[in-house]
Design a binder for this molecule. Structure first.
Ligand code: NAD
Length: 489
């Protein structure tokens, strides 16, 4: 199967923070891969803009090293890298001062697609928007790409939305949630709305419950100081897991159009019931012994804050209060230093109303599991007869589909979320970006939960590194007669 490369118009993409970690690990290697795929038009320019005192050549050298490290071994082609680097330019700039802005104004063209990627600390987002406007660089057609986190709570998100709205219309603002750029996440919509098989069953009558898991094996490491002001609820739940929940729970949009899709997602967020303390468990990883005998730091050591009450894990049960989902809980969990690196959505179906086989032992519920990582794909478990002459005994088998296998050579080359999203920006397609009202609604749901913890002085439960999280989180499902799916190593 050959994937189609849809050409884009000539563009100037300015990456504020072009020398930073995100630019080096994701943005520049992603753009290079799009170049390899034939999607970079002649005359397109990528302009790094950051504090470091570099010239074009210095930025190209940095990008060459980043591509070497992060673009993948199979993509290393010296000639192609050289051609790609010709698209790169650099302006040393100070987001908080006057330095560099006139030069940027002189370089950026007004007659091509203009995009400004804010890959800098969130405290600079508002200032960049203002200066782009003040220096007459942006036009009514420019697009700005805003990284996460978008606000720290509802108040700060509203303030940021207002600052951006003073200079850019909503149609110009691309708020990144890179989970939405993942192939599987988009496939969730294809599976639901392009097949007759699932959608008729997609409701509380047939679905017992839904589990969403985003488990990481790494700790907060070098990001400890930043993370300690945020925590799993703000860093992952309010945005990534919430977006996944929306795609599962939303009504079919009338068409695959940015506002039609985002309207339906917004309705889901607004329909979420508040979550009380009995339906949420927070955790914080303890220290542990590593296999090599060296000690592994605990969360409070990583955060360099012995009194920290910040959670590195959160699990919750939430109900979507509408006709479709009445009675079907959504269980969400995410955490660091867990047993395995797994991101998965599991749709667990109900029992058949009556068993004609009498073999209850072998019976398991049907589960549609959508894997985001590792090995993006889908798995549907179905019951069949156990092979052999032993009578009608039931057994569960997977109908497993790895996208990489199913799509052949091309599938092994599934584009990274960032490269897809950046090209969507250039094309002017906002479907996979969060709208301002969505972000605010998500904070409006999150804020009271966090406020409750703060008021009660709630202490996160400890959990061992390499475990599945705190024991109490198991109880969230056990008390409902259900169990979490295993987090595989
Ligand atoms: P970083 O600290 O590695 O890089 C910051 C960049 O901003 C550098 O290029 C620096 O030169 C530039 N910069 C800093 N102050 C400046 C100023 N006053 N004027 C002009 N440029 C200035 O940060 P990062 O990890 O690349 O993160 C960038 C953004 O992306 C942040 O909003 C972060 O939350 C978000 N993000 C990062 C990651 C990641 O994996 N690194 C993941 C998700 C989101």
């Amino acid at each position: 199967m050959v994937s189609r490369v849809i050409p884009v118009d000539v563009f100037d993409l300015v990456i504020f923070g072009g020398t930073g970690d995100l630019a080096r690990r994701k943005v520049l290697p992603g753009l290079y891969r799009r170049f390899l795929a034939g999607q970079m038009p002649e005359g397109a320019r990528i302009i790094g803009a950051a504090r470091a005192d570099l010239d074009d050549q210095g930025f190209r050298d940095m990008a060459r090293a980043a591509i070497g490290e992060f673009a993948g071994a199979a993509k290393q082609d010296a000639e192609a890298i050289g051609q790609f680097l010709d698209h790169l330019h650099y302006v040393a700039i100070d987001a908080t001062g006057e330095g560099g802005w006139d030069r940027l104004a002189a370089i950026v063209r007004k007659d091509v697609v203009q995009a400004f990627y804010f890959s800098v600390a969130p405290s600079l987002f508002g200032e960049l928007a203002e200066r782009l406007h003040h220096h007459g660089i942006a036009t009514a057609q420019s697009r700005i790409v805003v990284e996460k986190p978008f606000g720290h709570d509802l108040g700060t998100a509203q303030a940021l939305n207002a600052t951006l709205a003073a200079h850019f219309s909503e149609g110009q603002i691309y708020r990144i949630d890179h989970y939405l750029g993942k192939e599987t996440v988009q496939n969730l919509m294809a599976v639901r709305f392009a097949n007759m098989l699932f959608e008729p069953l997609w409701n509380a009558q047939y679905i017992d419950h839904v589990q969403i898991t985003v488990a990481e094996t790494v700790g907060v490491g070098g990001r400890g100081a930043y993370y300690d002001r945020s925590g799993a609820m703000r860093d992952m739940m309010q945005n990534h897991l919430m977006q996944l929940l929306c795609l599962i729970a939303m009504e079919p949009p009338y068409k695959f159009d940015p506002d039609a899709v985002r309207d339906e997602k917004l309705k889901v967020i607004r329909a979420l019931d508040p979550v009380g303390p009995e339906d949420i468990v927070r955790g914080q990883y303890r220290g542990g012994a590593k296999k090599d005998g060296l000690g592994e730091p605990s969360y409070v050591e990583d955060a360099a804050n012995p009194a920290s009450l910040t959670e590195s894990y959160v699990a919750l049960k939430v109900m979507v209060a509408n006709w479709r989902w009445k009675g079907t809980p959504f269980y969400l969990r995410t955490g660091k230093k867990l047993r395995g690196r797994t991101s998965e959505i599991a749709i667990v179906f109900r029992e058949p109303p009556h068993s004609i086989f009498g073999d209850e032992e072998g019976w398991r519920e049907n589960v549609l599991a959508i894997r985001l990582q590792p090995n993006e794909g889908m798995n549907l478990t179905v019951m069949i007869k156990e092979p052999g002459p032993g009578g009608m005994r039931l057994t569960e088998v997977p109908l497993d589909m790895s996208f990489a296998d199913a799509l052949g050579e091309d599938g092994a080359d599934i584009p990274d979320a960032y490269e897809r999203l950046i090209m969507d920006v250039i094309r002017g397609n906002q479907t996979l970006f969060m709208r301002g009202d969505e972000v605010e609604a998500a904070w409006a749901w999150t804020d009271p939960i966090i406020a409750g913890w703060e008021e009660r002085g709630d202490r996160p439960r400890g959990y061992d590194p390499g475990s599945s999280g705190p024991e109490d989180a198991l109880m969230l499902l056990h008390r409902d007669g259900r169990r979490w799916r295993e987090i595989r190593e």
